[in-house]
Design a protein around this ligand. Structure first.
Ligand code: ADP
Ligand code: GN1
Ligand code: MG
Length: 360
């Protein structure tokens, strides 16, 4: 039997399996679209348990988050089957299935027709995505049951990320340190300025919130008219600073080129897209932010391009053990692109301050 059909048969659904095929462009999990003979298709995902070390606790986070969102969306008169992810239980009432090889599988309703963009082309898309991420943040503000489980420890902690980078430089396990002199110098030069958000957090000036932490723009589904619909990819929803969600979305929603663009001259931050995203996002959560969060937000726009660039560079040094890659230099190319974007955003900082201040 088709292994996907076998896995699909573990879940409690009424439709029959027709076909299964890889879907999407995520870097971490294995995602499949399962077509059925019924009115509904499904997304079946194999969760990467080398990266997410405690999948049962991760799935408990996702159950809590999606149940809460479902309840709030219903109260607002929305359609929870389309506006949040819906987990299908297994036949023995679990949130996930573990196969005989030890792999973890989960299944969601396939929300269609929808679009997810790797590159944003219109301010409307950026605005709608901003609203969706802002609304997500707002609806989860009163999540009951205490803090969520930290699915990857110190995920956006820039000190920890920098230490891991230094360790990779010191070990140089696959002899690639020789390739990254320019990027290493950039990392050393910009690292001190990137500690600002973490320092504000440590000083108690900005609160930990329930944040998504992977607000890459292709993690929001827009409908066929480009209206914001549903925030997906909930593996990293856990405590974090609002800046992380803002900056990761700016990293992906405003970049005029692909995340891994080789030609650095094509990489710019589009201010119209930045303005639109920020208007959508802050329109939904601005009222919750404290003065320190407002003041530091514009300076955090460059943080995630730096952090993710540093993570790509570290993975390059480590021999590409974390992110999926398509060719040997892929992580290096991605790191170069992200560092370029970080510097492009830095050039626009005075304008970004004006944009954020105008929304206060
Ligand atoms: P990864 O962690 O690997 O990025 P995602 O959960 O983001 O995996 O899924 C990969 C892609 O699959 C998404 O970018 C989106 O296009 C699509 N996708 C995921 N879940 C759904 C869903 N429930 N409905 C429609 N499309 C989905
Ligand atoms: C990964 O899963 P995906 O592709 O949405 C990564 C993010 C990075 C992103 C870079 C758990 O996100 O942190 O920003 O790649 N997710 C994890 O594209 O590490
Ligand atoms: Mg994703």
């Amino acid at each position: 039997m088709d292994p996907l059909k076998q896995t699909f048969s573990q879940f409690k659904v009424s439709e029959n399996f027709i076909s299964g095929a890889p879907y999407g462009s995520g870097h971490i999990n294995q995602t499949y679209l399962i077509k059925t003979d019924g009115s509904r298709d499904y997304i079946l995902q194999k969760v990467n348990h080398h990266i997410f070390k405690n999948v049962p606790k991760l799935m408990d986070n996702i159950s809590r988050v999606t149940h809460h969102l479902r309840k709030k969306i219903q109260e607002e008169g929305g359609n929870p089957d389309r506006e949040t992810l819906t987990l299908l239980p297994t036949k023995d009432h679990q949130a996930f299935y573990q196969d005989p090889e030890g792999a973890y599988w989960r299944m969601y309703i396939f929300i269609t027709p929808t679009r997810s963009y790797d590159i944003v082309s219109t301010p409307k898309q950026a605005f709608e995505g901003g609203q969706a991420f802002g609304r997500f943040q707002d609806l989860l503000d009163d999540l009951p049951g205490g803090p969520l489980f930290e699915t990857i420890e110190k995920f956006h902690d820039i000190n920890s990320r920098f230490s891991l980078f230094e360790k990779a430089c010191a070990l140089d396990p696959v002899n690639r340190l020789k390739d990254i002199e320019a990027e290493r110098n950039l990392a050393l030069k910009f690292f001190p300025d990137m500690q600002r958000v973490l320092n504000l957090g440590k000083a108690g000036k900005i609160p930990l919130r329930v944040t998504h932490n992977d607000t890459k723009f292709n993690n929001v589904l827009l409908d066929e008219n480009d209206q914001g619909l549903c925030v997906i990819d909930l593996d990293t929803v856990m405590p974090g600073y609002i800046h992380y969600d803002f900056s990761d979305a700016i990293r992906t929603a405003t970049n005029t080129a692909a995340e891994d663009e080789k030609d650095l001259s094509k990489i710019h931050c589009n201010l119209a897209l930045l303005e639109a995203f920020t208007r959508g996002f802050l329109g939904k959560v601005g009222h919750k932010l404290n003065p320190s969060e407002w003041e530091s937000l514009p300076f955090s726009a460059k943080l995630l391009p730096f952090t993710i660039g540093l993570r790509f560079l570290t993975d390059y040094l480590n021999g590409d053990t974390y992110f999926k890659t398509r060719f040997p230099e892929h992580n290096l190319q991605r790191a170069r692109a992200q560092f370029q974007l970080m510097q492009e955003i830095l050039k626009l900082e005075p304008e970004i301050v004006k944009i954020v201040e105008s929304m206060r």
